[in-house]
Each structure stands twice: as C-alpha cells, then as structure tokens.
Design a protein around this ligand. Structure first.
Ligand SMILES: C[S@@+](CC[C@H](N)C(=O)[O-])C[C@H]1O[C@@H](n2cnc3c(N)ncnc32)[C@H](O)[C@@H]1O
Length: 218
C-alpha cells in the first residue's frame, strides 16, 4: 500500500464523511446539474453487462445505475460505505418495486463468498479507493471464473491530450487516484477484454476484464 499524505487523508474524509454520507440527494442532483451528462457517462457500464446475471455493484452512490441493474439482472446486490447513499438507494429500489439487496460496507472486506457473482461493476468509485490493488483483489475474489469486472472511471488519456489530462489531474487534486487499470487488472488475474476512452478529453474509461480460470480461490 502506498502511503498517503495528511492532505489526501483529509480529502478522503471530506468525500466519505460529508459528501457521500450526508449529501446523497445533492450528489444525485449531479445528473440534473450536468444536464444528463453524468448519467450518459455512467450508463456506459451497462453495455458490458449481459442480462440475467448475478451482479454486484460496489459504490453505487445514489443508485441510478443500481436500479437499472436490478431491473435486468437475475440477482443484483450492492455495497457502499456511506449510510446516506445506502438509505437513498434503498428508497429508490423500494419505489421502483425492486428487491433490496444492499449492504453498508467496504470494498476491502466484501461480505460475500468466493466466486459468488457473474459480474462485479463499479462506476466512479474505484478512483476514490486509496488501496486500489487490494480493492481489485477483493472484487476478483467474489467474481466467478469467466465472469467480469466492469469499471467506469477517470484516468489519464492515452493520447495525452491537454483537456483530458487537465481534467484527470483536476480530479486527482480533489482526492482521486489515477490508476493504470489495465495493468492493475492483469496483476489481479483479470484479462482485459475492453478498454474504451470517452467523455470530455477522453479522460473517462470503460474497462472490462474477464476472470481467468486459475483464480477461483476454491
Ligand atoms: C463518486 S461516488 C460514485 C457513485 C456512483 N457509482 C456514480 O457513478 O455516480 C463514490 C461512491 O463510492 C462509495 N465508497 C467510497 N469508499 C468506499 C469503500 N471503501 N467501499 C465501498 N464504497 C465506497 C462512496 O460512498 C460513494 O457512494
């Protein structure tokens, strides 16, 4: 684990204890504030998730994607660290008349057995995890062999364009971690099958990886 500065710790506490815990409805307003752009960026995850699967979403936030997943999955579970987000998403699922299978917890200790899911998905949460490799190892552990890990998150654009690089660096200033997701996935025993950059300055990426057979933890 790389060591964090005090400023990074303070920023993490601000996001986790203030924004995500107390301000879930305001975070939900991001979609409205950005004229739907936020949702267009997030929903790209759906194109990588076949229907009728057992899906786990990590860091579901206010739950807009989670409701879509719950509609199309055979079983949809979710985990988030923030009570505020859990309550907000719970209400959303109940309102949509969908089963509620959400848990308040941390990505570092997923309360699920090995190989429990066909697909583990996370949007704009992974870059907020200070211990990326540890988080990914847990996500891989609960994914079945041949199953998928799907991430949508920020990163430095491969072509180094100024807009995308500047935007990614801005997120980093606000406390996010700019991970090399494909390299990290390979180390976790995941084979990258899709890597697509999109969004402003192409600083958002959809990364889809398949769990290879030898990593079943059985
Ligand atoms: C930027 S929000 C993303 C929300 C949503 N997925 C989206 O795309 O808008 C990050 C979410 O990750 C959650 N989170 C932060 N640290 C976490 C951890 N260690 N384990 C699980 N969830 C965490 C936060 O509570 C928050 O809901």
């Amino acid at each position: 684990m790389r060591s964090r500065s005090r400023a990074q710790d303070q920023r993490l506490r601000f996001w986790n204890q203030v924004v995500y815990s107390a301000l879930a409805p305001i975070y939900n307003g991001l979609d409205w504030l950005t004229f739907g752009v936020w949702w267009r960026l997030v929903r790209r995850a759906l194109e990588a998730i076949p229907p009728n699967q057992q899906v786990l979403e990590i860091g579901f936030g206010p739950g807009k994607l989670h409701v879509e997943l719950a509609r199309q999955a055979a079983l949809c579970a979710g985990l988030d660290l923030a009570w505020g987000m859990c309550r907000y998403t719970q209400r959303r699922l109940i309102h949509a008349d969908l089963p509620v299978r959400i848990t308040r917890g941390s990505v570092y200790e997923l309360p699920y057995p090995n190989v429990a899911f066909d697909c583990v998905v996370s949007t704009f949460a992974f870059s907020g995890f200070p211990e990326g490799p540890r988080a990914l190892a847990e996500m891989a552990r609960v994914t079945r062999s041949g199953g998928r890990v799907v991430l949508v998150d920020i990163g430095l654009p491969e072509d180094g364009n100024r807009l995308g690089t500047g935007l990614a660096r801005l997120w980093e200033q606000m406390g996010d971690f700019l991970y090399d997701l494909p390299a990290m996935m390979a180390e976790a025993g995941l084979r990258v099958i899709t890597f697509k950059e999109y969004g402003p300055g192409r600083h958002i990426r959809l990364v889809v990886a398949e769990k290879t057979g030898s990593q079943n933890f059985l």
